[in-house]
Design a protein around this ligand. Structure first.
Ligand SMILES: [Zn+2]
Ligand SMILES: [Zn+2]
Length: 83
């Protein structure tokens, strides 16, 4: 769908099938996240900066960080490349 040809992009595109095509960042709306991180346990993809900031805010406000895509509580984040 996207015209980028980097290996990273192809990798994300491949995995889209497993995550219902949600490789875009639900926090900033970027369709190409530059440093993909997975929200756990739901495994939705976000930019590292976005999800990290959301987790930090959740910690400070003591309001659980919820995934913008599925509303599941995000308990952990992990680098996408560690799959
Ligand atoms: Zn983002
Ligand atoms: Zn989710």
């Amino acid at each position: 769908m996207f015209t980028m040809s980097s290996k990273l992009t192809e990798f994300i595109t491949l995995d889209e099938k497993d995550i219902n095509g949600d490789s875009w960042c639900g926090l900033c709306g970027a369709t190409q996240v530059c440093m993909p991180y997975k929200a756990l346990p739901c495994t939705h993809i976000y930019c590292y900066y976005c999800i990290q900031a959301a987790m930090k805010e959740a910690e400070e406000t003591e309001v659980p960080c919820k995934c913008k895509k599925c509303s599941q509580e995000v308990t952990q984040i992990t680098p996408y490349s560690l799959i």
